[in-house]
Design a protein around this ligand. Structure first.
Ligand code: IPE
Ligand code: IPE
Ligand code: MG
Length: 274
């Protein structure tokens, strides 16, 4: 296992976990389902929104730690299309306010960490003032060349696939008709909201729920799944590093066979010969 020195800015606990990691085998893209804000608040006899508010510190810590250790891409499931449609207007309104505040406050920190912001989800359904703030924050960080932080806002994986298929059909229609419709894995992936990203290597879900809740269904085909009972407002950079440590213990096979001589993550392709 190769060991680099501890990156600047990690706290003692993070540094301790980092030293157990192999810096050559970090996940290139980590997706996180940030769940458990309501339960965190409930346990403290607080309103649900207090949990959402507390979750902002978790985002800050997780994002900074990911950037410091050199993760190229992080995608955060901030709220789903279902959340937007099925939760009370007061809660949705609070989430919008929190998002706008986060974007305004966080841009200097994102800049300092060389992080570029992106979004996935049906943005056109969001209120105009929220969209303006989102656009402002994206432009403000567009020149950054380090980690890509993608926020999933009003996101649904099924809607993403529907949008991708529709754009393929439209492209064919304006380019010679249905005979020019090309549907294969590459053309679908190129039309997903995540076309700027590699597929996630690792998906983390907090609060113990064992489901994907309509998140990146196409892209997570071969992701390692890590579920922690920790509620999102209690999650910090050190928990992210623990998830990466667990990821590095997994054997990734992609349907192939693991070569015992190469150890973790090495896959043999025998071209069908046994
Ligand atoms: C996750 O926390 C945040 C959002 C979905 C916006 P929840 O609000 O789902 O919290 P629980 O699952 O009720 O605890
Ligand atoms: C998934 O959490 C969405 C986000 C974390 C943004 P939910 O709390 O909405 O998921 P379910 O309803 O438990 O599946
Ligand atoms: Mg939830």
């Amino acid at each position: 296992m190769s060991q680099a020195k501890v990156p600047a800015g990690l706290d003692r606990k993070e540094a301790e976990i980092y030293l157990r990691l192999d810096p050559e085998r970090l996940p290139q893209h980590i997706a996180i389902i940030m769940d458990g804000n309501g339960r965190w608040a409930h346990r403290r006899h607080l309103p649900r929104i207090a949990g959402h508010r507390a979750g902002v510190a978790s985002v800050r810590s997780t994002v900074e730690t990911a950037a410091r250790v050199g993760i190229p891409a992080v995608t955060l499931y901030a709220f789903s299309e279902e959340n937007w449609k099925k939760r009370p207007a007061t809660e949705v309104g609070f989430l919008m306010t929190l998002l706008c505040r986060y974007l305004k406050q966080e841009v200097p920190t994102l800049d300092r960490n060389n992080i570029r912001l992106e979004y996935i989800g049906r943005q056109h359904e969001l209120p105009p003032q929220v969209r303006e703030r989102m656009q402002w924050a994206r432009e403000a960080t567009a020149k950054n060349t380090g980690m890509v932080l993608t926020l999933a806002l009003n996101y649904s994986a099924r809607s993403e696939l529907v949008d991708a298929f529709n754009s393929l059909v439209k492209a064919a229609a304006s380019n010679g008709g249905i005979d020019h419709l090309l549907v294969d894995e590459d053309s679908i992936a190129r039309n997903l909201y995540t076309r700027h990203l590699p597929d996630p290597d690792l998906v983390i879900r907090t609060s113990g729920e064992m489901r994907l809740s309509n998140f990146l269904l196409w892209q997570l085909a071969y992701a390692e799944i890590y579920v922690t009972p920790t509620l999102w407002p209690d999650f910090r950079g050190q928990h992210l590093l623990e998830a990466i440590a667990e990821y590095q213990k997994r054997e990734r096979r992609y349907g192939g066979l693991v070569n015992p001589h190469h150890g973790n993550g090495a896959v043999t392709h025998n071209n069908g010969k046994h």
